[in-house]
Design a protein around this ligand. Structure first.
Ligand code: ZN
Length: 203
């Protein structure tokens, strides 16, 4: 099972981090050991002083595919949830400065919070899926799938040119603007179309 993540898929977020708008999807990966499920707490790691949340819509791949054509892309995912792509922003900045890979800042244990999946059939509006992240009960971040630079279908086509998609793979589809540091003691909740799909306490 593979976990793909998309960087800079919302223009305002690319801008808030001082990055250019990408011409093609920015793809990186996390290992399975990064997953944090079942509402378990996140333990603040010792190697960073700037862990930031990035709330994202997460797609689950429903069947195997390679070189998927756009007209068939929709057949490759049928469930969605909200997750957090935890990022050690201090480490990431250092790595980016030196032009080094991002794994240490992005792929560490517990860096991929994953909510409960919801079938696309149950969504109110498949073309504009809203999601949000609450911090201690107040909105910290919100977005909709309409604001992405690369649509779900485009991501499926792009990724499958390089990697064979396998049923069960996940795609974290990028974060909207509003990322910020987390602190011990805070409680986060992920909402998909207003419905709670996860909670996560920072310990
Ligand atoms: Zn992200």
């Amino acid at each position: 099972m593979k976990i793909f993540c998309i960087g800079r898929n919302y223009a305002l977020h690319a801008k808030e981090l001082g990055n250019a708008i990408p011409e093609s999807p920015v793809v990186f990966m996390k290992p399975v050991t990064a997953l944090l499920k079942n509402n378990l707490p996140f333990f603040y790691p010792e190697f960073s002083e700037a862990i930031e949340y990035e709330a994202e819509l997460v797609l689950k791949i429903s069947k195997n595919g390679k070189h998927v054509q756009s007209k068939f892309a929709k057949d490759y995912y049928d469930e969605i949830t909200v997750g957090i792509d935890f990022t050690a922003r201090d480490l990431q900045s250092k790595l980016k400065e030196k032009g080094l890979p991002w794994e240490l800042a992005k792929a560490f244990d517990q860096s991929a919070v994953l909510g409960e999946f919801v079938s696309f059939d149950q969504l109110k509006n498949k073309d504009e899926i809203s999601f949000s992240l609450l911090k201690n009960g107040s909105i910290a971040q919100e977005g909709t799938s309409k604001d992405v630079l690369f649509t779900f279908d485009e991501l499926i086509c792009f990724i499958s040119q390089y990697f064979t998609l396998q049923a069960g793979d996940l795609i974290y589809t990028g974060t909207p603007a509003g990322v910020a540091k987390v602190a011990i003691g805070e409680k986060y909740e992920g909402l998909l179309e207003g419905r709670k799909v996860f909670e996560c306490e920072i310990k």
